[in-house]
Design a protein around this ligand. Structure first.
Ligand code: 5GP
Ligand code: ZN
Length: 112
């Protein structure tokens, strides 16, 4: 998608502190972290919200969650972590390319 920041990061057109990449998704550091560990996991396919997923996207999102879980140690998440997906304006979504916030660290604030 043109003018999508996350599509540009995926294509390497905008730099990011990348941690992991495979054919389905990438993980990189959030530019403005709100906890000690704050990564973003971003599917390579562009869709804005869960409501826009194709059947293929649905399957891939399941695989992405499973992969994050299997990489707990490498991602320094072994003491626990939160996954957050903001959906729409009222939830504070600012980038309309679906992404999963991965949050960890003892000082993490709990909002729910
Ligand atoms: P949202 O509010 O849409 O759920 O989250 C968007 C996140 O993307 C925010 O936490 C914000 O800090 C992050 N972000 C926005 N632009 C960039 C960027 O250019 N690079 C990186 N690494 N993160 C970004
Ligand atoms: Zn995009």
């Amino acid at each position: 998608m043109e003018n999508c920041i996350f599509c540009k990061i995926i294509k390497g057109e905008i730099p990011s502190k990348k941690i992991y990449e495979d054919n389905l998704f990438i993980i990189f550091h959030d530019i403005n972290p709100i906890s000690k560990i704050h990564y973003l996991a971003v599917p390579k396919t562009h869709y804005a919200t869960l409501g826009e997923m194709t059947t293929e996207d649905e399957k891939n999102l399941g695989k992405i969650f499973a992969k994050i879980s299997s990489m707990q140690k490498e991602l320094k998440l072994e003491n626990g972590y939160r996954l957050v997906i903001n959906q729409g304006n009222d939830a504070g979504q600012t980038i309309f390319h679906l992404h999963i916030h991965i949050l960890a660290g003892q000082e993490m604030e709990f909002c729910v």
